[in-house]
Design a protein around this ligand. Sequence first.
Ligand code: ZN
Length: 233
Amino acid sequence: MNNAQTLLKLQTIKSTIAKSKVEVNRINVILADKSKNAAFSEEFESISHNISDLENKFSQIDAEKSQLQQKNRLNEAKLYSGNVVNPKELIDIEKDISLNKKRIESLETEEAGILSQLDSRTNAFSEKESEFKEFGSNQVTKFSELNYSITELSKTIAELEQHASDLMATLSPQLLAEFDELMVTKKGLAVAVIRDDCCGVCGSDISLNVRLSARSNATITNCPSCRRILIAE
Ligand SMILES: [Zn+2]
């Protein structure tokens, strides 16, 4: 392998390392993403608030109902006690009883409505709960797969970095500096293979002299147009 070929190999390795690192970052972003959990917490909280509001409302109504029922028990006791004989007073007590009964009926209708809402909210809560459980167990599987991928990618990266540094050890510092500079300015494509007498990257015609020079192992030849390091076909 001549120097240019070594550089091409190095370029391929560096590109694979870069891609693997991007993949590791992508996975780390997924692993760090807690937005789904936060969304679940929010939903749980909202349903719980809803339920406790409804429960409060129910107990308020129930308290009012008990009061009215208690009142009516007293009214009825009074009515049938024989102690009240004034007709006006008797009529007033009867009126009061009937008004209270109407109010109790309407409170009971309200209670029934709240109970059915509570029922649906409680169901919604348990549905969310099972959804969350399923999400959690899927998450565990997914995360262990992702963690495994990261371990594998890290191994690959370490191996490739070792391979790259072995290759770099065979090259002169000047050549490495030129390569590194081209890797930056040419966005990871520092080396070009000559194809059909043209630079494989920029497409410029490559003269016979330059082609011959690229073929020799003694020197490094650059594309006259894009400056990339040329490799004979
Ligand atoms: Zn070129």
